[in-house]
Write a protein that binds this ligand. Structure first.
Ligand code: NAD
Length: 369
């Protein structure tokens, strides 16, 4: 059993606390939060856990082997650094850091300390996302032409990060996982209305350029009337909709495509013919297994075996690097911006995505037993 300390018991921290406490390989030994109400709620739900006010007190808790960090994003880097320095294994929430340079320092620190560094890219632990990937990889959808995500909500408006940094880590990590690659360049446009003086974007549209040629983009917002968590994969022979909140239709596969009949170069409009094919809609019966539970089990397994997590520090760095490039693009009103992965450049980055893909079947098998 791994004794885990939770840092930050806000709404997401409480989900983590439940999964740590219910985990077969983890014990919620301690927690900390600077907010008194959050501390009281944690202590009430988990009387066996020792609850502290400060992070430093938590790190001094006896027999603690790991920490899970779920504080506001701007604290992630420094708290991870301190926890690794104190000899802890660390699972830090997304975004891992605010810059690729910070992320690189943490990767090296964890390597030197021989500790697990894992990032909370929760959807890489979703059996729904694994199912979508299997359909992409098997060629069931044909050639992938287009992928786009929508992660929309009314609130919760944050001030420490904008909507891009809050939501897009998920779309980026899922898309890169589906395509076995990382974008060379990106562009993004954003707009701020609620905190316009501070320039915190409430809504953003982004696009990522992959070597394979698929058109990949996303729309994130906390200023939208509906809660939407959707990803659409348009293939040359079938189209797939993955909806994380539509429990009856998590995955829908449309046997639909558009084909161009004209075999040469259309010189006049009458030569141009397209054929729309609209076949069956299939809704596979895929039961959602709580990804956070799978993630926590994977964290404990990696601590026990020394294996590299699927969402390791390098995976976290690459997502942060893509976000940094998107933010630069937003400041330049949507200019195309190269992604700088530092020591983990495009070729190495592509190899890294394959490592994630290769690690997945073993993890899925373990999660579904
Ligand atoms: N992986 C996911 O799917 C997912 C989903 C939601 C949120 N998150 C991430 O989880 C993190 C937390 O999200 P949230 O919505 O609970 O945020 P939140 O801001 O509501 O809660 C953060 C908590 O941390 C506490 N805190 C602040 N400074 C602290 C410190 N120095 N030491 C200890 N505690 C401190 C706050 O009092 C608060 O209770 C964010 O980084 C967010 O990006 C991830």
């Amino acid at each position: 059993m791994v004794n885990v300390g939770l840092v930050g018991a806000g709404p997401w921290g409480r989900n983590l606390a439940r999964n740590i406490a219910e985990g077969e390989q983890t014990v919620l030994a301690a927690g900390c939060d600077t907010d008194a109400a959050a501390r009281r709620a944690l202590a009430k739900s988990y009387p066996a856990a020792r609850v502290y006010e400060t992070f430093e007190q938590l790190l001094a808790h006896r027999d603690l082997q790991a920490v899970v960090i779920a504080t506001p994003s701007r604290l992630h880097c420094e708290q991870t650094r301190q926890a690794l320095a104190a000899g802890m294994h660390v699972l830090v929430e997304k975004p891992m850091c605010m810059t690729g340079v910070e992320a690189e320092a943490l990767i090296r620190q964890a390597e030197q300390a021989g500790r697990v560094l894992m990032v909370g890219h929760t959807f890489l632990y979703s059996n729904l996302v694994h199912d979508v990937r299997r359909r992409v990889v098997s060629g069931e959808l044909g050639e992938v032409l287009c992928i786009y995500g929508q992660r929309l909500n009314l609130g919760r408006v944050r001030s420490d990060v904008d909507a891009l940094w809050n939501f897009a880590p998920h779309d980026i990590s899922i898309a890169c996982y589906l395509l076995d690659g990382w974008p060379r360049s990106v562009n993004a446009r954003g707009a701020s209305f609620v905190q316009s003086a501070q320039g915190v974007a409430d809504v953003a549209f982004f696009q990522m350029d992959f070597d394979g040629g698929a058109f990949v983009g996303g729309h994130v917002s906390w200023l939208d009337p509906q809660k939407v968590r959707r990803m659409v994969v348009v293939g040359s022979s079938k189209m797939l909709v993955y909806d994380d909140i539509d429990t009856a239709h998590h995955i829908q596969i449309y046997d639909k495509s558009v084909q161009c009949d004209f075999q040469g170069c259309a010189t006049d409009f009458s030569d141009f013919r397209t054929r729309v094919r609209a076949g069956d809609l299939v809704v596979p019966n895929v039961r959602l297994i709580e990804p956070l539970g799978v993630e926590i089990t994977h964290f404990a397994e990696c601590i026990r075996t020394g294996a590299r997590p699927v969402s390791d520090g390098v995976n976290g760095l690459r997502v942060v690097s893509v976000l940094e490039a998107m933010s630069r693009s937003m400041r330049q009103r949507g200019a195309q911006v190269e992604v700088d992965y530092g020591a983990w450049g495009p070729r190495e980055a592509a190899a890294g995505a394959r490592e994630v893909a290769a690690a997945e079947p073993e993890m899925v098998g373990a999660a579904t037993q």
